[in-house]
Design a protein around this ligand. Sequence first.
Ligand code: SF4
Ligand code: SF4
Ligand code: FES
Length: 366
Amino acid sequence: MPNYTLNIRRYSPESGEPAHWEKFEVEMEGHRPVLDAILYARNKVDGSIGIRCSCQAAICGSCGVRINGNPALACNTLLRDAVATAEDGITIDIEPMGNMPVIKDLIVDMDAVHWKKVQRVVPWLIPAGEPPEREYVVPHEAMVDVTQTMACIHCGVCVSDCLSMEADPDFVGPAASAKAYRFVGDPRDAATKDRLVHLAEDPSGIYDCTHCFKCVEVCPKGVAPMNQIMRLRRRATGDFQIKDRNNGYRHEKAFVNIIEKWGTLHEAKLLPDSYGEGLLGKLNPEAQKNLIGSAPTAIRGVLSGKVAPIKVLHHHKLPDQKKVKDIYEKIHGRDERIELNLYIVGEDADALEESAAVAVTEEGTS
Ligand code: SF4
Ligand code: SF4
Ligand code: FES
């Protein structure tokens, strides 16, 4: 049977001792999960190892840890896969999730960060008027729309490595944002606009995400929190025209207008247009304040060589800008926005692949 070396980060805040790493040897088949190996070490070698777990089947969301630096469920990561990502090809590093205080060893304080943020988005349905005599009847498509967010098991794996949360611990974060979309997308909810105004106006709300994709990459349930944040933004800007104080609305509009006109991103125009549309908008005192405030960043960009003044001043349009305009016309010509729920598109894609495979087989046999 293969032998695995677990390198577990140990820390007990009340002991006053600094954190340290401890190695444990575990003999176990590679198809067993990392959680089994941690439990083996705890049951057979050192009963003081702190690990939280329950279902051992990727359902309860309690065994989130970092394995070789990446957040994951310990019960959902096989030993053979974990060792394949080990830095030295032998030792599996296991440490607590990030962005949350450590209670003991691999156990983090989910209440202090994750659950607090979930509470912030009012995670329950606010119905309009009295409940109906019998059940609410909801269109099938509406429930399909929120299915992806309903798959969240609140493991905190996405929270662990959210870059924006590292920079701004107040950021509402990926999991709570996905939860917010769960209700924003539900037609029974009567507080859609209030929810969106709150999330758009909050300096640590939906516009605080930097689109790093980490939450999409690590979520064990395919919730794709960043996609839900983008959908919240589209609802806030496209459906409710919420002109927030974070310039999220204007920034999006500036971006879209620039691409329509130039085909590529005209960086020198993006910032001023995000603060104020047209000359009048830029003369607005608030826009002036923001523009002056961002001057040092622009100067730093030029001094470090990241921004080339010549390129900034002479931005070229795409040679065939008409094709870009055609795309815009097609989208603007639609009666309503087509919202792609990637969770569902995945199933469609599978079906398409199947029919393509059948077509190929038929072609081959004819
Ligand atoms: S969104 Fe995914 S990673 Fe984040 S808490 Fe929910 S299930 Fe876990
Ligand atoms: S995409 Fe946004 S929410 Fe997701 S981890 Fe990155 S910064 Fe955080
Ligand atoms: S023990 Fe329940 S998700 Fe891992």
